[in-house]
Design a protein around this ligand. Structure first.
Ligand SMILES: Nc1ncnc2c1ncn2[C@@H]1O[C@H](COP(=O)(O)OP(=O)(O)OP(=O)(O)O)[C@@H](O)[C@H]1O
Length: 554
């Protein structure tokens, strides 16, 4: 089964793919001269020709060494091809996963995305580096060996060739069934992966709500479904293997039988030809056997195709899609340029009422601007539009007369994302060339320097995945340090003090006020007390921003 999407993943690395297939085919084809040398060596040995037998043994040793080298080179070429394909497919899938529509798709499940990005991509690697070269090899070698065998022994050639072609082509008859089973297998695999991930992430809440047993039962049902889907897929696969084996064994027995009968009858030619016939019969089926093995290795890649296709793998990049509030060739606006929103409108796909219904505002540098509003008013939506995670239905989002680019904006979200790695690595994401002095200055600005100094290895201390080893407030301040370090002209902060005590909140507020002197700082806030030090307050009501005139304490 040659899937067009997976074939394209291979041909996008044409040279590496051709080299991998060529080396594999040559290594397998080296069994042909080896068969010839062995046949003549055996014949010479039986006839008592020691020189002939030694010459043949030397030839076999030489061919075996050459094949070892070819196999080694093939393994390296396949590893390079696999890496290139994995990187490209994963990049494309990630790009697809990060478009606004996917990011805000309420039906999206992290476990399904993980399955496609990790297991699916690895499956594509196996398919491209093992199965496709095995297909190329079978297409080239089965006819070649059949012709050679036919030249040596026409009837054996006819029987072995027919059996080998049957073994190669027969599985195409139940291709649809295989596809259906592989799709079902992937769906159950995705569901189980998603449920497991979500229950692990929500374990604390599940415990508190007393839902652990129910979740366990649900996962048991999913596991059973995956087991059934795997068995169904294996049954088809077993049928496949059985028929291929039947053709291979039947073809071998028939071809060897006629060769032996004709050899015993004296019409099979001299012994060397009989030996050669027997060996070539075996060689006719070698590519078929290898193809069958490679199919099992690449099966997961075939199963993952619908999921990868849904993420846009194999599709030409859509230049207008993605986070592109900017366009190629844009030059940066001056650093002090204000952020301007003009008649910005936005409605989520499938909803009637717009969340933003004509937002017009100018956010300038100099002081922090706060956007307040009740829950559900659209504050996060507004931030996502500025970040380029969502595309406005209409209206403009500009800085200095140019569309806002995602690289203009730094963000401190309510749930900051930290990566597995050290504190230093998490900060350097924002500015890879930052010095230790810069890192400490950013930590001081965010009020996290003392805590970082107290960690066992300071900046080189590890932050567990998702920042789990830090408190909510520490995570938020580390994210603020990263945003300060990135030194972008617009800084958005979504409730930056919500997880902090009074002292830490004051440090963050002071930092934001200070960085606002030379850049646009917009803070989304719910609570009045978090608005200390803010210059302007705008309220989001009915999809529009209105200035709050009097926010001073009574
Ligand atoms: N992906 C989505 N699809 C459809 N509607 C959505 C989606 N995300 C948010 N909404 C709706 O858009 C409206 C604005 O949501 P948003 O999260 O921007 O509000 P918010 O002001 O940030 O709320 P909060 O203060 O509670 O965080 C809400 O009515 C919400 O239900």
């Amino acid at each position: 089964m040659v899937d067009p999407l997976l074939l394209r993943a291979s041909t996008q690395n044409r040279r590496a793919a051709l080299l991998t297939a060529a080396l594999q085919t040559t290594a397998t084809a080296s069994h042909l001269p080896q068969a010839w040398a062995l046949a003549h060596g055996l014949a010479a040995g039986v006839a008592g020709d020691t020189d002939g037998a030694v010459r043949a043994a030397v030839a076999v040793a030489g061919i075996t060494t050459a094949r070892w080298l070819l196999t080694w080179a093939q393994a390296r070429a396949a590893a390079r091809l696999g890496e290139a394909v994995r990187t490209r497919v994963r990049d494309q899938a990630l790009r697809g996963a990060l478009v606004p529509a996917a990011l805000h798709d309420p039906g999206r499940r992290d476990g399904a995305l993980r399955a496609a990005l990790v297991d699916g991509v690895d499956g594509v690697d196996a398919y491209v580096t093992r199965y496709l070269p095995a297909v190329a090899q079978a297409v080239l070698l089965v006819p070649t060996v059949t012709v050679l065998l036919t030249l040596v022994h026409p009837l054996a050639g006819l029987l072995a060739g027919t059996a080998a072609f049957t073994a190669l082509l027969a599985p195409l008859l139940w291709k649809r069934l295989v596809r259906r089973h592989s799709d079902a297998h992937w769906d159950t695999y995705e569901n189980l992966g998603s449920d497991l991930l979500e229950s692990l992430q929500g374990m604390t809440s599940l415990r508190l709500l007393g839902r652990v047993e129910r979740t366990r039962r649900r996962i048991a049902v999913r596991t059973e479904a995956l087991h059934r889907a795997t068995v169904r897929a294996m049954r088809t696969s077993l049928l496949d293997t059985a028929l291929v084996d039947l053709a291979v064994q039947g073809g071998t027995v028939a071809a060897v039988g006629v060769a032996l009968v004709s050899g015993a009858g004296g019409t099979g030619g001299p012994p060397a030809e009989l030996y050669l016939t027997l060996m070539l019969v075996s060689e006719t089926f070698r590519p078929v056997r290898e193809l069958s093995r490679a199919w099992h290795a690449g099966y997961l890649g075939v199963s993952a195709v619908p999921a990868l296709r849904a993420l846009g793998v194999g599709r030409e990049p859509d230049r207008g899609a993605g986070t592109g509030t900017g366009s190629p060739g844009d030059h940066s606006a001056p650093r002090s340029a204000p952020l301007e929103l003009q008649d910005l409108r936005f409605a989520y796909p499938g909803t009637r009422a717009p969340v933003l219904d004509g937002v017009t505002a100018t956010f300038g540098p100099g002081a922090v601007t706060a956007v307040v509003g009740p829950s559900g008013a659209g504050k996060s939506t507004l931030l996502d539009l500025v970040l380029g995670h969502l595309t406005p239905t209409s209206g403009r989002l500009h800085r200095g007369g140019r569309p806002v680019k995602p690289s203009d904006v730094a963000v401190v979200s309510q749930r900051p994302v930290l990566f597995e790695g050290t504190v230093r690595e998490n900060l350097l994401v924002a500015r890879p060339d930052a010095t230790d002095h810069d890192l400490w200055a950013a930590c001081v600005a965010a009020g996290i320097d003392e805590e970082v100094r107290r960690l066992p290895a300071g900046l080189d201390s590890r932050v567990a995945a998702a920042g789990a080893s830090l408190s909510g407030g520490q995570r938020q301040r580390l994210a603020l340090a990263r945003a300060v370090l990135s030194d972008r002209p617009v800084l958005l902060a979504d409730e930056p003090t919500s997880a902090l005590d009074a002292a830490a909140a004051a440090t963050v507020t002071t930092t934001l006020a200070r960085v606002a002197t030379d850049r646009v700082v917009v803070v989304v806030a719910h609570r009045e007390e978090s608005l200390d030090g803010v210059g302007t307050v705008l309220e989001l009501v009915d999809g529009r921003l209105a200035p709050v005139l009097d926010r001073s304490p009574a």
